[in-house]
Structure formats: C-alpha cells, structure tokens
Design a protein around this ligand. Structure first.
Ligand code: IPE
Ligand code: IPE
Ligand code: MG
Length: 244
C-alpha cells in the first residue's frame, strides 16, 4: 500500500500486545505467540523504515512483566537476544540505529552485552531510529529523571527555578528523540500500561483489534493513513478555521 509522505508521524510507538491470546486461541503455549510476534517485529521495522518513519519505538517488556512466570520471562529475554543475533546485519544494512530504553542494569549479563553491542555497531547509522522499550516503565523513567535533577540541585549545578519542561525532559532515557505522534496498541486493549507517559501527552491513539502476531505491514499502512486523516489541535483551533 502506497502512503503519501505528507503528514506522516515522525515518531510511532507500538504496544505489541496479544501474543498470549493469539497462541491460546490456537491451543498453543504462550511462548509460541511470542515467537510469532518476534517475526512481526522484523517485518514491521522494515515497513516503517520504508514508509519514512523517523523513530519507531516498540514496547517489548515492561517493568510489570516481571510478575509473569519465570519460564515466560526467560523466553522473552532469550527472544530479544535471538532477534539481535539474527537481525543486526540487516539493521546495519538498512542504516537503522538501534537503541534500548529501560533499566538495563536489571537484565541478565548476556542480554546486556548483546544490546550494548547492537547499540554500538549501529550508533552512526542515520536512517530510522529503532527504540526498544525493554524493562521499561514510564513512572520509573520520570522518577529517574526527577532523581537526576535532585542530585544536580544538591551539588549546586542546577537551581530549582531552572527546572522547566524543557530542562526536565533532557533527563528522560532518550532525551534527544521527539515526542510520540502516533501510538498503536494491538489486541483491542484500551490502556497505556505505563508506557511513555511523558512522551505520549499529545499522541494520536490507535487501537486495532488484531493481536500482535497478526499485525502486518498492511495494518501499519492503515494506521498511518488514519493518522493522516486526524486533525491535531494541540489545544488551539484548526489552522484553517477562522476565529470569530
Ligand atoms: C505482549 O503480548 C507481549 C508482552 C507483554 C511481552 P502478551 O504476552 O501480553 O499477550 P496477551 O496480552 O497475554 O494476549
Ligand atoms: C504491555 O502489555 C507491555 C508490553 C506490550 C510489553 P501487557 O500485556 O503487559 O499489559 P497489561 O498487563 O495488559 O496492562
Ligand atoms: Mg498483554
């Protein structure tokens, strides 16, 4: 499906939800759903880059997901490792810069190494930025930023009066990236689940019913088209509307 470049979102964020239900519906273990979901990641990354999206953020593991069974958690960790092993070459070839947001220090060493290696090997790439939110929680991100600011105040290098939105956001995990324009959450759930609370403030929200393993590049195109039809006002009035 061809998409006009005009009015495309610069930053698309996706809550990849529904792997477990996709598998259960077929009488399969949840882990099969996660495996299938990982295949979609590859397809969607390519489709987003081709469409001209500048930043694609994918929510793959939340700070709340630690409450899942141990087996499922380790499967999710392993599948990110396998994704990086398999796709690093492709990311490099497609000029994609890979980054992770979240508390990396709590991840197993083998995974941290793979993540650091992938970030390092793609850091000079100038095409799309692929951000993976892994062991990510928005409240933690905001709390971490607040703590950073407090430390600077304590050492005297920042005064409380100078903390405004612009300053505060420089302490977020990926401070240089723009706010989210379009949030997609698959599987029909209508919630944010502690994802990018700061960056989503003015995002357009899109909730397709499909489970993540069924969400293909055509579905991404439909989401982008829907975004192009939306009128964003940011608290003002339409640009083509006269004030009377
Ligand atoms: C999303 O699918 C993937 C992760 C949270 C890791 P789920 O595993 O949440 O699937 P459902 O919501 O149980 O169907
Ligand atoms: C959100 O999905 C996290 C990810 C997709 C990684 P969950 O399935 O964990 O969220 P809840 O529990 O339905 O809110
Ligand atoms: Mg879920």
């Amino acid at each position: 499906m061809k998409i006009a470049k005009k009015g495309l979102p610069a930053h698309v964020a996706v809550i990849m939800d529904g792997n477990g239900r996709w598998a259960r519906q077929r009488g399969l273990p949840r882990t099969v759903g996660h495996r299938q979901g990982m295949k979609r990641v590859k397809e969607l990354v390519e489709a987003a880059a081709q469409a001209g999206i500048k930043v694609l953020t994918l929510f793959a593991f939340s700070t709340e997901n630690w409450s899942r069974p141990k087996r499922e958690i380790s499967m999710l960790m392993n599948s990110l490792g396998a994704y990086l092993d398999r796709n690093l070459g492709e990311l490099k070839k497609n000029d994609i810069r890979f980054r992770v947001i979240g508390r990396l220090e709590q991840l197993p060493g083998f995974l941290r190494e793979k993540i650091e290696n992938a970030q390092e090997k793609t850091k000079s790439n100038a095409g799309m930025v692929l951000v993976l939110a892994f062991n990510y929680g928005a409240r933690q991100e905001i709390t971490d930023a607040a703590r950073d600011c407090a430390r600077l105040v304590q050492t005297g290098s920042l005064s409380p009066e100078d903390i405004d939105e612009k300053k505060f956001r420089t302490h977020l995990y990926a401070a240089d990236l723009p706010d989210v324009d379009l949030l997609i959450r698959t599987s029909g759930e209508l919630r944010i689940s502690n994802f990018l609370l700061w960056q989503l403030s003015y995002a357009e929200l899109y909730f397709p019913k499909k489970y993540w393993p069924d969400f293909g590049s055509r579905d991404l195109s439909l989401a982008l088209k829907e975004f192009q039809r939306r009128k964003r006002r940011f608290g003002g009035i339409d640009v083509d509307e006269k004030s009377d």
